[in-house]
Write a protein that binds this ligand. Structure first.
Ligand SMILES: [Mg+2]
Length: 238
């Protein structure tokens, strides 16, 4: 029997690690594109989606640095791309409401997510650690009943810091301690973002596993998996 105090902490990212966020985003954006033909006339879907993504990245970065509020982010996530395309940006909130009503319909787990969590829960104390909005994240956890494995959920909005800030990783250790899991042993974080997940985890003294299905080279060497099915072997083998 492993001493409970020394159980490794095995935490997972949600979006684009366990949950296929980009697929859901694309599905909801396709419906949004089709719902507002007058707004997107003459624009291809690929241009619409790539403009949305390009305009959203700096908004999330600014939100992460505390430079804009959640309300501003919510408004500008459609205002900025509509404006960039020369469209009626005053309708941003209407479009955003429709998009979010469809986004949740497209949520799916990535292949192997449940197997990875199941294997991890046999090896250590499992938790979820995620940036983003509380209700979206809790909605995903509830939809897929991820609390079957995850005994702690650490969300940036509740901590008041976003990855790669080490405070969110420290909050995970504290939550594990409160749950009686120690936290002084091995700590591993599995996520898809080198900049947020790998950099943040390492700076906080955790090991990182990069979920990298696209196989693009990371900036620095790191333990990588192409599929979530490989996570268990990596956790067991080390
Ligand atoms: Mg992610």
């Amino acid at each position: 029997m492993t001493d409970g105090l020394w159980r490794p902490l095995l935490f997972f990212d949600l979006d684009d690690t366990l949950v296929d966020h980009r697929g859901a985003e694309e599905g909801a954006q396709r419906e949004t594109f089709e719902r507002y033909p007058d707004l997107v006339e003459g624009v291809s879907f690929d241009e619409w989606l790539s403009t949305y993504r390009a305009k959203n990245r700096p908004l999330w970065d600014a939100y992460g640095r505390g430079e804009i509020t959640r309300q501003v982010l919510q408004h500008r996530r459609f205002f900025d791309p509509l404006e960039a395309l020369g469209r009626e940006a005053s309708r941003a909130d209407e479009v955003g409401d429709f998009y979010f009503s469809r986004y949740r319909v497209h949520w799916r787990l990535n292949e192997g997510a449940e197997e990875a969590l199941e294997a991890a829960s046999g090896l250590g104390f499992v938790g979820l650690l995620s940036n983003g909005f509380i209700e979206q994240k809790k909605g995903k956890i509830a939809r897929f009943r991820l609390d079957r494995w995850a005994k702690a959920v650490i969300l940036s909005e509740e901590v008041g810091a976003m990855k790669p800030d080490r405070r969110i990783f420290d909050a995970a250790v504290e939550a594990a301690r409160l749950a009686g899991a120690g936290g002084d042993g091995r700590r591993v974080y599995v996520g898809d973002s080198y900049a947020h997940d790998v950099v943040g985890a390492r700076a906080a003294g955790w090991e990182a596993i990069l979920f990298n299905p696209s196989d693009g080279p990371p900036p620095e060497p790191v333990s990588e998996v192409r599929t979530l099915r490989e996570v268990a072997a990596l956790l067991e083998g080390e």
